[in-house]
Design a protein around this ligand. Structure first.
Ligand SMILES: *[C@@H]1O[C@H](CO)[C@@H](O)[C@H](O)[C@H]1NC(C)=O
Ligand SMILES: *[C@@H]1O[C@H](CO)[C@@H](O)[C@H](O)[C@H]1NC(C)=O
Ligand SMILES: [Ca+2]
Ligand SMILES: [Ca+2]
Length: 330
C-alpha cells in the first residue's frame, strides 16, 4: 500500500511514497487547546522592509537584528529606523544570535556559520571532518565560549528540505565550533531535522528541536547528567522551528503547522496558512499557546523572541516582524 504525500513548503512537492516515516501532529484540540488568534493582534515591525525575516535577535542595548531573503543583515537601533546593515548575498540566511563579544552570528544554510561585525563578515565554519556543511540552521553561543549550531541534514539542503521529511531518517547533527581553536566538531549526531537551538537560563543544558519529530531534545552540558540527552518536550502541536529562551527561564518555540487531510492524503501544510507558537517551561511543559488560525495576519511563523514585554515573531510569509504586547493583548 502506498500513501500519497504532499508537502507545501518552500516549493510544493507531491510524491507517491512507500513506507514513509511521517509523523503526523496531534491536533491542538486533542491537547486541550483552542485557537485564540492572539497573533492577529501583532503590530507590523519593519513593515515592507523585511523580506521573510526567518529569525530575529536583540542585543543588550535593544538593537534588533534580522536577516532577509535578499541576503541582507538588517538592524534597528532602539530609537532609530530599520536599516540595511551588511549585505551577505544569497537567499539562505536563517538563524541569528548575538555572540558573547556583542557581534552577530548567522547560519547561512548553504555556507555555514558566519560572524558579522561593524568591520565586515567572516565565515567561521563551513566544514566538519573535512566535509562541507550542507544546511546550517540555527545558532547559540554559551557564555564559556562554544558556539552550538544545527546542521539540518547531511543529505538535503535548503532547496530540497522536504525530501528530508519524506525520507524520515535522522540526517542531522548539532555542531560545536570552538572560537579559540577555530575547530568544528560533531556534538550530537543522528538528529531528525535539527532546527532551533537554545540554552537554558543557567546554561546547564541546551535544547535542540527536531522538526518532523514534533519534539525538542534536552542535552546536559554541566552537572552530573553532563552529556546525557533526553526528550525535553514531545507531541508538540506542530513541527518546531526556532526556539528562544524567555526572560523567566522558559522557552518560546515557533511551530510549523502540519496537518492531515482526509484519510489517504497526508498534507504537510502550511506552513503558509497558519501560525502557532508555544511557551514551554523549564520542565518541558507547554504553558501558553498563541496562534493565528487563518494566517490572516501572520503565517509560517518560524521564531518567537521575548524582549521587554513583547514577543517578536519572525516568519517566512511577510515583509515584517510581528510585534505583540504580551501584557495587553493576551
Ligand atoms: C540519560 O537519558 C536517558 C534518556 O535518553 C535516560 O533514560 C537515562 O536515565 C539518563 N541517564 C542518567 C544517568 O540519568
Ligand atoms: C504568504 O502566503 C500567501 C499564501 O500562500 C501568498 O499568497 C503570499 O504571497 C505570501 N506572502 C509572502 C510575503 O510571502
Ligand atoms: Ca536564533
Ligand atoms: Ca530555523
Amino acid at each position: 500500500m502506498s500513501a500519497k504525500v504532499c508537502l507545501l513548503g518552500y516549493k510544493a512537492v507531491c510524491l507517491q511514497a512507500l513506507l514513509l516515516q511521517i509523523f503526523v501532529s496531534t491536533s491542538p484540540t486533542a491537547l486541550g487547546f483552542r485557537w485564540n488568534d492572539d497573533l492577529q493582534k501583532v503590530v507590523k515591525f519593519g513593515d515592507g522592509f523585511l523580506e521573510k525575516p526567518e529569525d530575529v535577535c536583540v542585543d543588550k542595548k535593544g538593537t534588533f537584528y534580522t536577516v532577509t531573503r535578499d541576503g541582507w543583515v538588517k538592524r534597528k537601533h532602539r530609537h532609530g529606523p530599520w536599516e540595511n546593515w551588511k549585505k551577505l548575498g544569497g537567499n539562505s540566511l536563517l538563524g541569528v544570535a548575538m555572540s558573547n563579544d556583542g557581534h552577530l552570528l548567522i547560519c547561512d544554510a548553504n555556507q555555514g556559520l558566519i560572524k558579522v561585525s561593524e568591520k565586515g563578515w567572516k565565515l567561521l565554519s563551513s566544514k566538519v571532518n573535512g566535509k562541507k556543511i550542507r544546511f546550517a540552521d540555527d545558532v547559540i553561543q554559551a557564555s564559556d565560549g562554544p558556539i552550538y549550531f544545527s546542521d539540518v541534514s547531511t543529505k538535503y539542503g535548503l532547496s530540497d528540505w522536504t525530501y528530508d521529511v519524506l525520507e524520515g531518517k535522522p540526517h542531522g547533527r548539532l555542531l560545536k565550533y570552538n572560537p579559540y581553536t577555530g575547530h568544528t566538531s560533531i556534538h550530537l549526531n543522528h538528529l531528525s531535522f535539527p532546527n532551533g537551538v537554545a540554552l537554558s537560563r543557567k546554561q546547564d543544558f541546551l535544547v535542540v528541536c527536531e522538526t518532523w519529530k514534533f519534539r525538542c531534545l534536552k542535552h546536559w552540558l554541566k552537572g552530573k547528567l553532563k552529556g546525557n540527552t533526553s526528550i525535553f518536550v514531545d507531541n508538540l502541536p506542530g513541527g518546531p522551528d526556532n526556539i528562544n529562551l524567555a526572560p523567566d527561564g522558559s522557552f518560546w518555540i515557533a511551530l510549523l503547522k502540519l496537518r492531515t487531510s482526509g484519510t489517504k492524503e497526508l498534507v504537510l501544510e502550511g506552513v503558509e496558512g497558519k501560525a502557532m507558537v508555544v511557551k514551554v517551561n523549564e520542565d518541558g511543559k507547554i504553558i501558553r499557546k498563541l496562534d493565528d488560525s487563518s494566517g490572516k495576519v501572520l503565517a509560517f511563523v518560524t521564531s518567537a523572541l521575548e524582549f521587554e514585554g513583547h514577543l517578536y515573531l519572525g516568519n517566512l510569509n511577510s515583509t515584517f516582524i510581528g510585534r505583540l504586547n504580551l501584557n495587553k493583548n493576551t
